[in-house]
Design a protein around this ligand. Structure first.
Ligand code: NAD
Ligand code: ZN
Length: 389
């Protein structure tokens, strides 16, 4: 029996308030309105950003999740680029194709990311309800639900043969890291790179540096359990800042003679951004911030570091224009141009989402002050947990 045009009842992981565990609930998902798509999510990764969000204040109740893949169930009026039955990937970064950023070939930060209420649909309402209450959306996606409603501009159609439980990582972690090396830094053949933070995104940066032909890729992480995986995907050596008395930037400058040519901060720690920049070659070194630095957090950087020519850049979603490139990245995956398996450490059902969070962070649940967050993140076991729905 067709569900088109009808409310769908399904399971979702709802966060009712800050600090609470996810609660598996029956939710109602309204049909898609104009220019919207309803998707049956079949797999979704748990990204470092979600773990950060658990420690931030948001609007509640909310359904999180942005690293998702699924199958279109139905489309709203005026949707022309996807249809029921298509395999798709959800995009936290839309591509409207019309704004100044979309029209600029060097830019991917679609204005629709800012102009939409990301916690609600464009018309200011939610498509989710639970126990009679409207539930907020997250990051244009809300993939921790068996069904979700997303704007057409936040959906990428992909190869019908693609394994969704793998390619869901192309929805965020893989593309973000791989593209930061290839598109944002434009890593050159034979170069020396350093990657601070070897989570799912950092390992993808390592893969991007390798694909770009870097000769030396130094992984930096306080969790040495990440080193083996990093070497497997292309790091030539790995170091922990905790093994040295001197600052990590001094260690890297010593190891390389003059600093690294490309350095990536993939933690989201303002102090490590300063260290990553100082690790770069004094004139042609390029430092890219991939980690999410919370709104309002100031960087404490010695301005003189820029006099000789170093540069510091930001990168969102690896610089990829989301809709067009995600489809291509999935085709590249199908053509075996890169492997996602090393990034997936756990696969489990949505019911186990609170365990997945534990794999991603250990210790008693608490809302730590921001400053302790990196320590807490440092003890994680998981690289990526993929949830099956
Ligand atoms: P993750 O938590 O899995 O990985 C972070 C890694 O950093 C861990 O291995 C941890 O041990 C290490 N670490 C923590 N503190 C450290 C320190 N002081 N020194 C060295 N290493 C340290 O997270 P992830 O999923 O890989 O995401 C990484 C970052 O990228 C997060 O900040 C996330 O929000 C951000 N992100 C940004 C974008 C974007 O578009 N720019 C997209 C996705 C994720
Ligand atoms: Zn993400």
């Amino acid at each position: 029996m067709s569900t088109t045009g009808k409310v769908i009842k399904c399971r979702a992981a709802v966060l009712w308030k800050a600090g609470a565990p996810f609660s598996i609930e029956e939710v109602e998902v309204a049909p898609p309105k104009a220019k919207e798509v309803r998707i049956k999510i079949t797999a979704t990764g748990l990204c470092g950003t979600e773990i950060k969000m658990l420690e931030n204040q948001m609007q509640y109740p909310i359904i999180l999740g942005h690293e998702g893949a699924g199958i279109v169930e139905s489309v709203g009026e005026g949707v022309s680029t996807v249809k029921a039955g298509d395999k798709v990937i959800t995009l936290f970064l839309p591509q409207c194709g019309e704004c100044a950023s979309c029209l600029n070939s060097e830019d991917n930060y679609c204005i629709q990311l800012k102009q939409s209420h990301t916690s609600l649909m464009t018309d200011g309402t939610s498509r989710f309800t639970c126990k009679g209450k409207p539930i907020y959306h997250f990051a244009n996606t809300s993939t921790f639900s068996e069904y979700t409603v997303i704007r057409e501009i936040s959906v990428a159609k992909i190869d019908a043969m693609a394994p969704l439980e793998k390619v869901c990582l192309i929805s965020c972690g893989f593309s973000t890291g791989y593209g930061a090396a290839i598109n944002t830094a434009k890593v050159t053949p034979g170069s020396t790179c350093a990657v601070f933070g070897l989570g799912g995104v950092g390992l993808s940066v390592v893969m991007g540096c390798k694909a770009a032909g870097a000769a030396r890729i130094i992984g930096v992480d306080i969790n040495k359990d990440k080193f083996e995986k990093a070497k497997q995907v292309g790091a030539t050596e790995c170091i922990s800042p905790q093994d040295f008395k001197k600052p990590i930037q001094d260690v890297l400058v010593e190891m390389t003679g003059a600093g690294v040519e490309f350095c990536f901060e993939v933690i989201g720690n303002p102090e490590m951004v300063a260290a990553a920049l100082a690790s770069c070659h004094e004139s042609h070194g390029v430092c890219v911030i991939v980690g999410l630095i919370d709104y309002g957090v100031q960087l404490n950087i010695n301005g003189y570091l820029f006099f000789s020519g170093r540069s510091l850049k930001g990168s969102v979603f690896g610089g990829w224009k989301s809709r067009e490139n995600v489809s291509k990245l999935v085709s590249d995956y199908m053509a075996k141009k890169f492997n996602l398996d090393p990034l997936i450490t756990h696969t489990m059902n949505l019911d186990k989402i609170n365990e997945a969070v534990k794999f991603m962070k250990t210790g008693k649940w608490q809302v730590p002050p921001l400053i302790f967050m990196s320590e807490c993140l440092g003890q994680r076991e998981g690289i990526r947990c993929v949830m099956l729905l």
